[in-house]
Design a protein around this ligand. Structure first.
Ligand code: SF4
Length: 171
């Protein structure tokens, strides 16, 4: 693991500490491999830093040939939608196993996938409506992670995000 990978790992470890801090007192929290609500409702095709794309590419390359072919088919289909300007309101992540609801590259998933459901910004509501509903119903006090701090750290480490189209077609 090189120095930059280690820093990405360090951000991931910090996120995991916050995640565990929330989960330990809230065993009902839904976020885990197999909860795919957010994976089926991306606001747009993934936009990741170069480091994250490299990690995703490595993970996809490690899939079995059959599964990798399915993922590549979904990537191509999404690229066609982008080219034809027919991307829907929600995007199903191409790295999701839609049958099991599990992320196929879970250990290499992007930073945003790790923070979603546990981190919030000062200016926006909770992102996951399932969690928002549960928290409101239970009246729980949650010490959320600060998404802006993580975004700043990631940008300083790895630069601005690169779009799905640029990564797969122009990179
Ligand atoms: S990379 Fe994995 S965890 Fe992230 S949205 Fe896609 S399927 Fe879900």
């Amino acid at each position: 693991m090189n120095n930059t990978d280690q820093k990405l790992q360090t951000i991931g470890d910090r996120i995991q500490a916050t995640v565990q801090g929330i989960q330990v007192n809230h065993d009902w929290w839904p976020c885990r491999r197999g909860c795919d609500g957010c994976c089926r409702q991306l606001a747009r095709p993934p936009e990741l830093t170069q480091l994250e794309w490299a990690r995703v590419d490595q993970a996809v390359a490690m899939l079995t040939p059959t599964v990798r072919a399915e993922v590549e088919h979904k990537i191509d289909a999404l690229l066609v939608q982008i080219a034809e300007n027919t991307v829907g309101q929600y995007v199903v992540c191409p790295y999701l196993d839609e049958n099991s609801g599990a992320c196929l590259i879970y250990d290499s998933r992007p930073i945003a996938c790790r923070t979603y459901g546990f981190f919030v910004t000062r200016t926006s509501d909770l992102y996951c409506k399932l969690i928002e509903t549960e928290v409101n119903a239970r009246g729980d006090h949650i010490v959320w992670g600060n998404a802006e701090v993580i975004d700043d750290q990631l940008t300083r480490l790895a630069g601005e995000p690169i779009s799905f189209k640029v990564h797969y077609i122009e990179d």
